[in-house]
Write a protein that binds this ligand. Sequence first.
Ligand code: NCD
Length: 317
Amino acid sequence: MTAWTRRHVLATADWSRDEIELVLQQGEAMLEVLARPIRRTPALRGRTVVLFFQEASTRTRISFELAAKALSADTTMITASGSSIEKGETLLDTVRTLEALGAEIVVMRHSAAGAAQFVADRIASAVINAGDGWHAHPTQGLLDALTLRTALGALEGRRVVIVGDVLHSRVARSDIHTLVPLGAEITLSGPPTLVPSAWRCGQLPAGVRYEEDADRALDGADAVIALRLQRERMEAGLLPSLREYAMAWGLTEARVARMRPGAPVLHPGPMNEGIEIDAAVAHGPRSLIERQVTNGVAVRMALLHLLAGTPAAEAAA
Ligand code: NCD
């Protein structure tokens, strides 16, 4: 098996397939830990994990917290409201504080693309990017890969559709960077105004194509990942109306029935039900949305213990 050599987890764009496989395998081992009556291992006892969330988050933040706790790490949370960030503390000042707190691993979410790299370049701790602006959300890409692999088996040649607001989505970028090396073929679908212009004009990354029409994109697909409409990142005028968006790209039962029988539906959350996904689909038999949450804890446990340098056997003991 490949040895783990990374100091940080900032983006998976330059990861090899073997590195992705290693994290997924460790994630599977962590799922076994999470299935036990006592979901806790001593792997990170006495180690400090700081969760630094400058941008809103529920799932990712709680998931990292549960992952760190399941490995018996000490955790400290810093969020924008109620911290000196509100008083205008610069990122560099905050970083120095994190270092002074003795953080061995800093998990960070920030609204600026590149923020995790900025911190990683200036701190002795390991840094995990929990989402930086539009740029990357590597742990989401990895948990989506784990979820799809558990549902479909090997992803080689599997057709995965990513539908919605691709332009503003760090999830879409990280999904591409994780699923393509595993052999999946990605079809992006969404309004042309919500797809990066180069991609819309055919200059797409290897393994990725764009099909504006959601029905055509979904025909015979093996899985679909719906993206949230990121209205907080959107300029006015990119969408005709939410109603028209939902009619053309919303995941309805009729639309998901175009995929292969039983093909799963994923969504990173938080969902705008009735816009990008109907409640009947989100909570229906094809939905793996809750599984994504559990798999998120497992993948984050895997990364924490890889970065802490704990042998897998010890972590799963
Ligand atoms: C995503 C994020 O924050 O990038 N959510 C998440 O991490 N579960 C997607 C989103 O906010 O739409």
